[in-house]
Design a protein around this ligand. Sequence first.
Ligand SMILES: O=C(O)CCC(=O)C(=O)O
Ligand SMILES: [Fe+2]
Length: 260
Amino acid sequence: MDLTQFAIPGLPQAYYIPNFVTEDEEKYLIRKITESPLPRWRHLQNRRLQILGGEVTSKNVLLPQAFPSYITEYPDIIGRLRPTGAFAASPHKQPNHIILNEYRAGQGIMAHEDGPSYYPVVATLSLGSHAVFHYYRYTSISVGADEGLTSGKGGKGRSINTTPVMSVLLEPRSLVITTQELYATHLHGIDDVHVDTFPATGRDPETLSSTGIANIELISDEVMKDVVRGGGSLGRETRYSLTCRDIERVAGHGLGLGRR
Ligand SMILES: O=C(O)CCC(=O)C(=O)O
Ligand SMILES: [Fe+2]
């Protein structure tokens, strides 16, 4: 697969692939996810999630567990990721850890950085709803904590410029692949809104990539594309995201932590 056709303009090493799964596969995946036993869910303040592939210890070691069959058999997300080459240079050549997030309309995720245990490639499959993913930078000069968002761990209270430097519209069924540079230099987040609105005016095509939706030309749904281009709103529904990563250190692989 030639990933360059899916490159997101203006973002370093970031790719957006619409319709990575079909509508039938999406329905099947959502059914399997919503049918999973309740104890699998972990409840956070503003969303719930499941960890697939095993827990990661505080020392960043994966305690591996088998993926559910909807990841490895049908629709075989792992197998389908292979030809993208996203994980070709990663330690295990494929993801071994997936965080499955559920966001109801009105729920999001605060701007944050991901932990250091991951090889710096993340492939995210979105199901059930779109979301607008924002990328933020820290302010270069530290201003007072009251003048901007401050991040929790990792950022150590550095303030964040609350205006996103870049945004990406994630359609349902799309895959977004982000790699090293973006991951290391930016924070990312999703607003906790019921509706995403896009302004009707002031969209200069020249500056769109720096102020608007960077993947506009890669969006496959014409209605969504028109709304992003011409202004309007998109209502959120329940969204599931599968964030696929490769954890370098795996228990039982010569780390003296015993085999499973
Ligand atoms: O739901 C998403 O697309 C993003 C989730 C995320 O950033 C994370 O789990 O670290
Ligand atoms: Fe994240």
